[in-house]
Design a binder for this molecule. Sequence first.
Ligand SMILES: NC(=O)c1ccc[n+]([C@@H]2O[C@H](COP(=O)([O-])OP(=O)(O)OC[C@H]3O[C@@H](n4cnc5c(N)ncnc54)[C@H](O)[C@@H]3O)[C@@H](O)[C@H]2O)c1
Length: 261
Amino acid sequence: MARLEGKTAVITGAADGIGHAIAEAMAREGAHVFLGDIADKAGEDFAAALRAAGHDADYVHCDVAQEADIARLIDSAVKKTRRLDIMVNNAAIAIGGMPVHEMTDEQWHRLIAVNLTSVFRGCKFALPYMIAQKSGSIINMASAQGHIGLDGWTAYAGAKGAVMAMTRQMAVEFGPMNIRVNSISPGTINTPMNDKLIKEIGGNLAKTWVKMHPLGRIGEPSEVAEAAVYLASDAAGFTTGTDLRVDGGLTAAPRYVPELL
Ligand SMILES: NC(=O)c1ccc[n+]([C@@H]2O[C@H](COP(=O)([O-])OP(=O)(O)OC[C@H]3O[C@@H](n4cnc5c(N)ncnc54)[C@H](O)[C@@H]3O)[C@@H](O)[C@H]2O)c1
Protein backbone atom coordinates (compact mmCIF):
# COMPACT_ATOMS: atom_id res chain seq x y z
CA MET A 1 0.00 0.00 0.00
CA ALA A 2 1.21 3.49 -0.84
CA ARG A 3 2.60 5.27 2.20
CA LEU A 4 0.57 8.49 1.86
CA GLU A 5 -2.70 7.13 0.48
CA GLY A 6 -5.64 9.46 1.11
CA LYS A 7 -3.49 12.28 2.47
CA THR A 8 -3.44 15.89 1.27
CA ALA A 9 -0.03 17.53 0.95
CA VAL A 10 0.87 21.17 0.30
CA ILE A 11 4.40 21.86 -0.92
CA THR A 12 5.88 25.31 -1.53
CA GLY A 13 8.62 25.89 -4.10
CA ALA A 14 7.41 22.76 -5.88
CA ALA A 15 8.08 23.68 -9.51
CA ASP A 16 11.78 22.79 -9.38
CA GLY A 17 14.58 21.31 -7.29
CA ILE A 18 13.92 19.62 -3.96
CA GLY A 19 10.26 20.72 -3.80
CA HIS A 20 9.64 19.16 -7.22
CA ALA A 21 11.14 15.86 -6.06
CA ILE A 22 9.10 15.93 -2.84
CA ALA A 23 5.87 16.58 -4.75
CA GLU A 24 6.63 13.77 -7.19
CA ALA A 25 7.47 11.30 -4.41
CA MET A 26 4.42 12.22 -2.32
CA ALA A 27 2.11 11.95 -5.35
CA ARG A 28 3.60 8.55 -6.17
CA GLU A 29 2.89 7.50 -2.57
CA GLY A 30 -0.80 8.33 -3.01
CA ALA A 31 -1.07 11.88 -1.67
CA HIS A 32 -3.10 14.57 -3.41
CA VAL A 33 -0.38 17.19 -3.86
CA PHE A 34 -0.94 20.93 -4.05
CA LEU A 35 2.06 22.67 -5.57
CA GLY A 36 2.85 26.31 -4.84
CA ASP A 37 5.48 28.33 -6.69
CA ILE A 38 6.11 31.58 -8.55
CA ALA A 39 7.25 29.74 -11.71
CA ASP A 40 3.71 29.33 -13.00
CA LYS A 41 4.37 27.69 -16.35
CA ALA A 42 6.73 25.10 -14.87
CA GLY A 43 4.35 24.49 -11.95
CA GLU A 44 1.27 24.11 -14.18
CA ASP A 45 3.15 21.78 -16.55
CA PHE A 46 4.42 19.68 -13.64
CA ALA A 47 0.95 19.32 -12.12
CA ALA A 48 -0.44 18.36 -15.55
CA ALA A 49 2.31 15.74 -15.95
CA LEU A 50 1.51 14.27 -12.53
CA ARG A 51 -2.19 14.08 -13.43
CA ALA A 52 -1.34 12.47 -16.78
CA ALA A 53 0.58 9.83 -14.81
CA GLY A 54 -2.58 9.09 -12.82
CA HIS A 55 -1.82 11.13 -9.69
CA ASP A 56 -3.86 13.84 -7.95
CA ALA A 57 -2.12 17.18 -8.33
CA ASP A 58 -3.02 20.87 -8.50
CA TYR A 59 -0.87 23.93 -9.03
CA VAL A 60 -1.65 27.22 -7.28
CA HIS A 61 0.44 30.37 -7.79
CA CYS A 62 2.07 31.13 -4.44
CA ASP A 63 4.78 33.67 -3.72
CA VAL A 64 5.77 32.66 -0.19
CA ALA A 65 6.78 36.27 0.51
CA GLN A 66 3.07 37.15 0.23
CA GLU A 67 0.90 36.27 3.21
CA ALA A 68 -2.31 36.08 1.14
CA ASP A 69 -0.72 33.69 -1.39
CA ILE A 70 0.21 31.14 1.29
CA ALA A 71 -3.26 31.33 2.81
CA ARG A 72 -4.86 30.82 -0.62
CA LEU A 73 -2.67 27.81 -1.44
CA ILE A 74 -3.55 26.05 1.81
CA ASP A 75 -7.23 27.03 1.68
CA SER A 76 -7.56 25.72 -1.88
CA ALA A 77 -6.17 22.34 -0.83
CA VAL A 78 -8.64 22.06 2.04
CA LYS A 79 -11.53 23.31 -0.08
CA LYS A 80 -10.90 20.61 -2.68
CA THR A 81 -10.03 17.63 -0.47
CA ARG A 82 -11.58 18.57 2.89
CA ARG A 83 -8.35 17.84 4.73
CA LEU A 84 -4.75 18.85 5.27
CA ASP A 85 -2.27 16.21 6.37
CA ILE A 86 1.14 17.42 5.23
CA MET A 87 2.57 20.93 4.97
CA VAL A 88 6.03 21.21 3.43
CA ASN A 89 7.55 24.68 3.84
CA ASN A 90 10.27 24.25 1.25
CA ALA A 91 10.63 27.39 -0.89
CA ALA A 92 13.70 29.52 -0.21
CA ILE A 93 16.27 31.63 -2.00
CA ALA A 94 20.04 31.80 -1.70
CA ILE A 95 21.28 35.32 -1.08
CA GLY A 96 24.83 35.16 0.25
CA GLY A 97 28.45 34.89 -0.70
CA MET A 98 29.13 38.24 0.91
CA PRO A 99 30.33 39.24 4.39
CA VAL A 100 27.75 40.60 6.82
CA HIS A 101 29.01 44.17 6.53
CA GLU A 102 28.46 44.11 2.77
CA MET A 103 24.91 42.80 2.90
CA THR A 104 22.27 45.46 2.41
CA ASP A 105 19.19 45.77 4.60
CA GLU A 106 17.13 45.14 1.49
CA GLN A 107 18.90 41.80 0.85
CA TRP A 108 18.49 40.83 4.52
CA HIS A 109 14.76 41.60 4.56
CA ARG A 110 14.18 39.79 1.27
CA LEU A 111 15.97 36.68 2.52
CA ILE A 112 14.11 36.69 5.84
CA ALA A 113 10.76 37.17 4.07
CA VAL A 114 11.24 34.27 1.65
CA ASN A 115 13.20 31.87 3.89
CA LEU A 116 11.80 32.49 7.37
CA THR A 117 8.58 34.53 7.53
CA SER A 118 7.21 32.15 4.89
CA VAL A 119 7.72 29.21 7.26
CA PHE A 120 5.93 31.05 10.07
CA ARG A 121 3.02 31.76 7.72
CA GLY A 122 2.92 28.27 6.24
CA CYS A 123 2.58 26.90 9.77
CA LYS A 124 0.18 29.62 10.87
CA PHE A 125 -2.29 28.87 8.08
CA ALA A 126 -1.91 25.08 8.16
CA LEU A 127 -2.24 24.63 11.92
CA PRO A 128 -5.93 25.57 12.37
CA TYR A 129 -6.93 22.83 9.88
CA MET A 130 -4.61 20.29 11.49
CA ILE A 131 -5.81 21.18 14.99
CA ALA A 132 -9.45 20.70 13.89
CA GLN A 133 -8.50 17.40 12.24
CA LYS A 134 -6.45 16.31 15.29
CA SER A 135 -3.56 15.21 13.07
CA GLY A 136 -0.90 16.56 10.76
CA SER A 137 2.75 16.57 9.78
CA ILE A 138 4.65 19.78 9.11
CA ILE A 139 8.04 19.57 7.43
CA ASN A 140 10.22 22.67 7.32
CA MET A 141 13.22 22.80 5.01
CA ALA A 142 16.32 23.83 6.96
CA SER A 143 19.91 23.31 5.77
CA ALA A 144 23.34 22.03 6.72
CA GLN A 145 24.13 25.74 6.80
CA GLY A 146 22.00 25.97 9.94
CA HIS A 147 24.51 23.62 11.64
CA ILE A 148 27.92 24.71 10.35
CA GLY A 149 29.60 27.91 9.28
CA LEU A 150 30.49 28.93 5.75
CA ASP A 151 32.01 32.27 4.76
CA GLY A 152 29.44 34.68 3.43
CA TRP A 153 26.21 32.94 4.44
CA THR A 154 25.33 34.50 7.80
CA ALA A 155 21.80 35.60 6.89
CA TYR A 156 20.91 32.32 5.16
CA ALA A 157 22.32 30.34 8.10
CA GLY A 158 20.49 32.57 10.56
CA ALA A 159 17.17 31.94 8.84
CA LYS A 160 17.77 28.18 8.70
CA GLY A 161 18.81 28.09 12.36
CA ALA A 162 15.60 29.91 13.23
CA VAL A 163 13.60 27.43 11.14
CA MET A 164 15.01 24.60 13.26
CA ALA A 165 14.34 26.43 16.54
CA MET A 166 10.74 27.17 15.47
CA THR A 167 10.32 23.53 14.44
CA ARG A 168 11.29 22.31 17.93
CA GLN A 169 9.08 24.91 19.55
CA MET A 170 6.00 23.97 17.51
CA ALA A 171 6.64 20.26 18.04
CA VAL A 172 6.34 20.86 21.77
CA GLU A 173 3.36 23.15 21.45
CA PHE A 174 1.30 21.03 19.06
CA GLY A 175 2.41 17.49 19.98
CA PRO A 176 -0.53 17.17 22.38
CA MET A 177 -2.81 17.81 19.37
CA ASN A 178 -1.23 14.95 17.41
CA ILE A 179 0.59 17.32 15.06
CA ARG A 180 4.20 16.45 14.33
CA VAL A 181 6.68 19.13 13.28
CA ASN A 182 10.11 18.24 11.91
CA SER A 183 12.77 19.78 9.72
CA ILE A 184 15.18 18.42 7.14
CA SER A 185 18.72 19.73 6.71
CA PRO A 186 20.05 18.87 3.27
CA GLY A 187 23.73 19.05 2.46
CA THR A 188 24.64 20.11 -1.06
CA ILE A 189 21.95 18.86 -3.41
CA ASN A 190 21.97 18.80 -7.20
CA THR A 191 19.35 21.52 -7.88
CA PRO A 192 19.12 24.75 -9.90
CA MET A 193 19.96 26.67 -6.69
CA ASN A 194 23.35 24.97 -6.60
CA ASP A 195 23.96 25.11 -10.34
CA LYS A 196 23.92 28.87 -9.94
CA LEU A 197 26.09 28.92 -6.79
CA ILE A 198 28.66 26.46 -8.15
CA LYS A 199 29.03 28.60 -11.29
CA GLU A 200 29.47 31.69 -9.12
CA ILE A 201 32.13 30.25 -6.78
CA GLY A 202 34.07 28.58 -9.60
CA GLY A 203 35.49 25.17 -10.48
CA ASN A 204 38.16 24.25 -7.90
CA LEU A 205 36.39 25.61 -4.87
CA ALA A 206 33.23 23.88 -6.02
CA LYS A 207 35.11 20.55 -6.34
CA THR A 208 36.58 21.02 -2.85
CA TRP A 209 33.16 21.66 -1.42
CA VAL A 210 31.87 18.42 -2.92
CA LYS A 211 34.80 16.54 -1.32
CA MET A 212 33.86 17.91 2.09
CA HIS A 213 30.84 15.59 2.04
CA PRO A 214 32.27 12.35 3.48
CA LEU A 215 30.22 10.35 0.99
CA GLY A 216 32.28 12.09 -1.71
CA ARG A 217 29.40 13.43 -3.77
CA ILE A 218 26.51 15.84 -3.60
CA GLY A 219 23.00 14.53 -3.06
CA GLU A 220 20.06 14.15 -5.40
CA PRO A 221 16.69 15.84 -4.79
CA SER A 222 15.06 12.39 -4.70
CA GLU A 223 17.18 11.54 -1.65
CA VAL A 224 15.74 14.51 0.25
CA ALA A 225 12.27 13.60 -1.00
CA GLU A 226 12.58 10.14 0.55
CA ALA A 227 13.25 11.77 3.93
CA ALA A 228 10.20 13.99 3.49
CA VAL A 229 7.97 11.03 2.60
CA TYR A 230 9.18 9.22 5.70
CA LEU A 231 8.52 12.21 8.00
CA ALA A 232 5.07 12.68 6.45
CA SER A 233 4.11 9.03 6.74
CA ASP A 234 2.65 7.06 9.62
CA ALA A 235 6.02 5.25 9.86
CA ALA A 236 7.30 8.43 11.56
CA GLY A 237 4.33 8.52 13.95
CA PHE A 238 6.59 8.90 17.03
CA THR A 239 9.02 11.34 15.41
CA THR A 240 8.59 15.03 16.17
CA GLY A 241 10.80 17.99 16.99
CA THR A 242 13.72 16.51 15.14
CA ASP A 243 15.98 17.71 12.35
CA LEU A 244 16.81 14.99 9.83
CA ARG A 245 20.17 15.64 8.18
CA VAL A 246 20.33 14.42 4.59
CA ASP A 247 23.81 15.75 3.98
CA GLY A 248 26.20 12.96 3.00
CA GLY A 249 27.88 13.44 6.39
CA LEU A 250 28.83 17.08 5.69
CA THR A 251 27.98 18.24 9.21
CA ALA A 252 29.26 15.11 10.97
CA ALA A 253 32.97 15.88 10.95
CA PRO A 254 35.53 18.36 9.70
CA ARG A 255 37.30 16.99 6.65
CA TYR A 256 40.95 17.10 5.64
CA VAL A 257 40.90 18.64 2.19
CA PRO A 258 44.39 19.14 0.71
CA GLU A 259 43.14 21.73 -1.78
CA LEU A 260 42.18 23.97 1.11
CA LEU A 261 45.74 24.11 2.51
N1 LIG B 1 20.05 22.68 -3.00
C1 LIG B 1 20.72 22.56 -1.86
O1 LIG B 1 21.90 22.16 -1.85
C2 LIG B 1 20.10 22.87 -0.55
C3 LIG B 1 20.84 22.63 0.60
C4 LIG B 1 20.28 22.90 1.83
C5 LIG B 1 19.00 23.38 1.90
N2 LIG B 1 18.29 23.61 0.78
C6 LIG B 1 16.93 24.12 0.92
O2 LIG B 1 16.04 23.29 0.19
C7 LIG B 1 14.95 24.08 -0.29
C8 LIG B 1 14.80 23.93 -1.79
O3 LIG B 1 16.01 24.34 -2.39
P1 LIG B 1 16.33 24.02 -3.92
O4 LIG B 1 17.77 23.79 -4.01
O5 LIG B 1 15.40 22.99 -4.44
O6 LIG B 1 16.01 25.45 -4.57
P2 LIG B 1 15.80 25.81 -6.10
O7 LIG B 1 16.21 27.24 -6.22
O8 LIG B 1 16.47 24.82 -6.96
O9 LIG B 1 14.22 25.69 -6.28
C9 LIG B 1 13.40 26.48 -5.48
C10 LIG B 1 11.98 26.53 -5.99
O10 LIG B 1 11.34 27.54 -5.19
C11 LIG B 1 10.73 28.47 -6.05
N3 LIG B 1 10.70 29.78 -5.42
C12 LIG B 1 11.68 30.72 -5.33
N4 LIG B 1 11.23 31.82 -4.72
C13 LIG B 1 9.93 31.56 -4.39
C14 LIG B 1 8.92 32.32 -3.74
N5 LIG B 1 9.13 33.57 -3.33
N6 LIG B 1 7.71 31.75 -3.56
C15 LIG B 1 7.47 30.49 -4.00
N7 LIG B 1 8.37 29.73 -4.63
C16 LIG B 1 9.59 30.27 -4.83
C17 LIG B 1 11.53 28.45 -7.34
O11 LIG B 1 10.75 28.94 -8.43
C18 LIG B 1 11.87 26.97 -7.45
O12 LIG B 1 10.84 26.24 -8.10
C19 LIG B 1 15.24 25.51 0.18
O13 LIG B 1 14.59 25.71 1.43
C20 LIG B 1 16.73 25.51 0.37
O14 LIG B 1 17.16 26.52 1.27
C21 LIG B 1 18.81 23.38 -0.46
